[in-house]
Design a binder for this molecule. Structure first.
Ligand SMILES: [Fe+2]
Length: 279
């Protein structure tokens, strides 16, 4: 297998109404234009772009149409996942022109340039953290069997919880994370592509690299004391290469002064271990 290059984007948080996010602190539309210009100028055209959720900030149809119009212009395959800021109904209507079955999870798979990409929808209504239900694990299990010889990438907005001390608002539920770890072991998974926590981070998780992209909206200040969440100006994209030896990710940061955008108490994001509501 020759090397395959692709781009990983995440957390676009696009707002059609005014170009800014709900807090009016980050001009994500301007950032997306800059990112698309970078992608167009990559010397060797990437095979595809993977976007791991929070495509829009508010989940409205108009914002999805705006994202679609801009991204389609890249003229390359795009693989989408949904995040907690997305709505399934808005995505299906605005991005896929679908008017039926608007509540079902957007789980899907595709093969591009020999890579088997499996996408799981961890969004659950207004829950901040991620959930995978039993039917989604069945889908994943079957998908992992279908193209057993091909290297596999799993795209899911919420990264798995790295241990049981992890905040569940910042990851998949602990129980789902443990089940995911069991399911992907020795199944030719070369990496997971995630977003949600607005930072560039690589974790070697049960033998699989879990890549979290910072995304376009803001950057979590991981040096700030943990009793508060401090968000800074900051964005990045991932330029990824799959070789026979495995996955490489180069994080490409956008210029930033790391200006403070917002600070709030860490406790504001805690959520209980309950089943989220469907869209
Ligand atoms: Fe996000």
């Amino acid at each position: 297998m020759a090397a395959t290059t692709f781009v990983h984007l995440t957390d676009l948080h696009i707002c059609e109404a005014d170009g800014k996010d709900t807090d009016n602190s980050s001009n994500t539309l301007e950032t997306l234009h800059k990112v698309l210009e970078i992608i167009r100028n990559i010397p060797e055209k990437p095979s595809f772009v993977a976007i791991s959720g929070d495509l829009t900030d508010r989940g409205d149809i108009e914002s999805y149409r705006l994202v679609r119009g801009l991204i389609d212009d890249l003229d390359m395959p795009i693989v989408y996942a949904l995040g907690n800021h997305d709505t399934r109904a808005g995505f299906y209507r605005g991005m896929l022109d679908r008017s039926r079955n608007l509540r079902v999870p957007y789980d899907h798979e595709t093969v591009i340039d020999g890579l088997h990409i499996i996408v799981l929808d961890s969004s659950r209504g207004d829950r901040i953290g991620g959930v995978l239900d039993p039917a989604q694990f069945d889908f994943l299990d079957a998908a992992l069997d279908r193209e057993a010889e091909r290297p596999k990438l799993i795209m899911v907005h919420h990264p798995p919880a790295l241990d049981d001390d992890a905040d569940e608002w910042a990851s998949l539920r602990h129980a789902d994370s443990r089940r995911l770890a069991d399911l992907i072991r020795d199944r030719n998974v070369i990496g997971m592509l995630c977003g949600h926590i607005h930072q560039d981070r690589v974790a070697h998780w049960h033998g699989v690299p879990v890549i979290v992209g910072n995304g376009h909206h803001s950057q979590l200040d991981i040096l700030h004391p943990r009793h508060e969440i401090r968000m800074l100006e900051g964005a990045s994209i991932g330029l990824c290469t799959v070789r026979p030896s495995g996955l490489t990710v180069n994080f490409i940061p956008m210029p930033s002064q790391r200006r403070e955008l917002v600070v709030f108490p860490h406790g504001d994001l805690q959520e209980t271990e309950t089943e989220g509501t469907e869209d």
